[in-house]
Design a protein around this ligand. Structure first.
Ligand code: AMP
Length: 357
């Protein structure tokens, strides 16, 4: 990992009145650039093979400049061009996935995140340790498949984008479909409603919902993912029948739908998020900025947290002009806009450097 000292020395050389907000041209970049432009920052798109003509269709979210790289490795060789522009990068899901968490950790450009979080997020066992030791409930894990007595979700390690999971109703079902050549985990299949809650934690904001370690927690929006083909498969009959025809459920994300949760669930949601933030500081020096708690609410109105995304998620994209939650804090503000506001506040308070690793 790039030492924090190195990042600090790069930032010390930056002209703080001329910061450029940079990110990879994909995922939530429209929202990030739109928010940064509104806050008066210069914007820089980083691209490899992406077709960037689509930005012409959205002038208010088009970056001021685009740098095209041969491949993502070439960013490393050309970091000087980013330093010359006083650039800080905003990690998003695709940025970290395309680059790989290891390479992202080594990128010698200030990044708005704690890079130490990447390891805790990308290793499912470490992530589970973080969540459960924070006192937050997760779906049960089976270490012995013979104990499967209820529907489970089998997740192959490294399965990407919801492809490569399968549902087994019992042990015989599991045995029939398991591919033992790949590592996997077996998780209780939680029957309930999925909510992907987009939080933002500011370590130095002094009003709003204060967390016990200091700083302020905000809920900016909530989405539910559209997942193909699981969301529609029920229309075609029972899973067992469909399996005979070679049709299996997949969880590939194809879009996002805005949702709100019943108001009585909000205290539990904030309690969970606060625990996760507090524990992140105890374990690895903290998680700040945008993050998403991926949850399922059962009919007993209990949350089960199955994953944390430690950065801006694409589920925030329906909320470019605000959300039913953001509008009660910052009317009309997106998560991208909130990031830019944090930069402005950090610069004004002399705490901008603390936000970067
Ligand atoms: P993940 O890759 O862990 O984000 O999971 C992909 C999708 O699988 C989620 O968006 C959910 O729809 C579903 N999912 C994951 N874990 C569970 C679980 N334990 N029970 C039910 N559905 C799950």
């Amino acid at each position: 990992m790039v030492p924090k000292k190195k990042i600090d020395s790069i930032l010390t050389g930056y002209d703080k009145d001329d910061i450029t907000v940079a990110t990879l041209c994909s995922h939530s970049s429209l929202q990030i650039f739109h928010g940064a432009r509104k806050a008066g920052f210069k914007t820089l798109g980083l691209t490899v093979s992406h077709n960037t003509k689509y930005y012409d269709a959205f002038p208010l979210a088009k970056p001021d400049e685009i740098i095209k790289f041969r491949d993502l490795d070439e960013i490393d060789e050309r970091v000087g061009e980013l330093h010359d522009r006083n650039a800080v990068v905003i990690p998003h899901g695709s940025f970290v996935e395309y680059m790989g968490p290891k390479k992202f950790e080594e990128l010698e450009v200030p990044a708005y995140c704690n890079r130490a979080v990447l390891q805790w997020e990308s290793d499912r066992d470490m992530e589970r340790q973080w969540i459960t030791s924070a006192g937050v409930a997760m779906p049960r894990i089976y270490t012995d498949a013979r104990e499967i007595k209820e529907p489970v979700l089998v997740k192959y390690h490294g399965a990407k984008g919801g492809r490569g999971f399968f549902i087994a109703k019992d042990y015989p079902d599991f045995k029939m479909y398991i591919d033992n050549t790949q590592p996997y985990t077996i998780q209780e299949y939680v029957l309930g409603t999925r909510y992907y809650m987009h939080f933002f934690y500011s370590p130095f904001k002094e009003d709003g919902y204060q967390v016990s370690r200091g700083g302020s927690l905000e809920l900016l929006s909530i989405d539910r993912r559209d997942e193909s083909n699981i969301d529609e498969l029920y229309k075609m009959g029972s899973y067992d029948d469909l399996k005979k025809h070679g049709l299996y459920p997949s969880f590939v994300v194809t879009g996002n739908i805005p949702v709100v949760i019943r108001e009585s669930l909000l205290p539990k949601a904030f309690d969970m998020a606060e625990r996760i933030v507090n524990r992140s500081y105890e374990l690895f020096g903290g998680m700040w900025g945008p993050f998403c708690l991926e949850t399922i609410v059962t009919d007993k109105l209990d949350f089960k947290l199955f994953e944390i995304s430690t950065r801006i998620v694409a589920g925030t994209n329906p909320f470019i002009s605000g959300s039913p939650y953001a509008d009660l804090i910052y009317p009309g503000m997106s998560t991208g806009g909130r990031i830019a506001k944090e930069f402005r506040d950090g610069l004004a308070a002399g705490k901008f450097i603390d936000l970067m690793t």
